[in-house]
Design a protein around this ligand. Structure first.
Ligand code: TPP
Ligand code: SF4
Length: 248
């Protein structure tokens, strides 16, 4: 019989706690598949953040470490330096990475740490009740911006991939989305490439994944995918911002 669908060995066979329609689950699966297909499961060490994906250490089928808010790149730096042959990755939300952890990610990229970061941008703090994040869009309502984000008050939403692509040590930077099957395939390709770049010892790699938070956006699962497509992608354009070939 032809197998058309099976669980990836990259994830443990346990249910996740994510809300219905949340795309954290899809992104977990893509990372798990990438690790399995690249035969990295035996040598992968992940670092989980705070935020809804705090329990990622329960789900990935590899060694995992937990880090305090935003500090995952620093923890991953230490792990990689002690275990240079390991496939070290951080999995971080936008509150974790772009807010309290902004300095950590900038300097890990600047030092050219040979780690891979999966950056899940859902334009909001999910776990703590939907507060405004650095990535919240102009006009987007959140519990701390009930009239919508105002640029005069909160600045423009932070474009993390564009910012990191200016840093020499960042050799792979790509933004993807998980709103359609075709975009999900592209996201998987980017995640695999980022791990390959790390294992070839080329430098720091990050994949920004535009994701949904149906619960705090107050939308159904399908409405949330549409909202991502119509509101996030125009401001956060998809594509590759940096490949090792450009870095001489
Ligand atoms: C050091 C520290 N500061 C603040 C918090 C509170 N906190 C926990 S999760 C979170 C927001 C995380 O949001 P995000 O990274 O966007 O992830 P999401 O839940 O949206 O996936 C915050 C502020 C914390 N746990 N630890
Ligand atoms: S609160 Fe948002 S980000 Fe967190 S699990 Fe629910 S839908 Fe996902």
């Amino acid at each position: 019989m032809t197998v058309v669908f099976k669980r990836t060995k990259g994830l443990k066979d346990i249910p996740t706690h994510y809300c219905p329609g949340c795309t954290h689950g899809i992104i977990h699966r893509l990372v798990g598949e990438a690790l399995e297909e690249l035969d990295l499961l035996g040598k992968a060490i992940g670092v989980a953040p705070v935020g809804c994906s705090v329990l990622a250490y329960e789900y990935f089928n590899c060694d995992m470490h937990e880090a305090a808010h935003g500090r995952a790149p620093a923890v991953a730096t230490g792990i990689k330096r002690v275990h240079p042959n390991a496939a070290v990755f951080t999995y971080q939300g936008d509150g974790d990475l772009a807010s309290i952890g902004a300095a950590e990610i900038v300097h890990a990229a600047h030092r050219g740490e040979k780690i891979t970061t999966i950056f899940v941008n859902n334009a909001i703090y999910g776990m703590t009740g939907g507060q405004m994040a650095p990535t919240t869009l102009i006009g987007q309502k959140s519990t701390t911006s009930p009239y919508g984000r105002d640029a005069n008050h909160a600045g423009m939403p932070l474009k993390v991939s564009e910012m990191l692509a200016t840093i020499t040590g960042a050799v792979f930077v790509e933004r993807v989305a998980v709103d359609t099957p075709s975009n999900i395939r592209k996201a998987k390709k980017a995640i695999k490439k980022a791990f390959e770049v790390q294992m070839e010892g080329k430098g720091f790699g990050i994949v920004e994944v535009l994701s949904t938070c149906p619960t705090n956006w107050g939308l159904s699962a399908t409405e949330a995918l549409k909202w991502l497509r119509e509101n996030m992608i125009p401001y956060y354009p998809l594509g590759n911002f940096r490949t090792p070939e450009e870095v001489k």
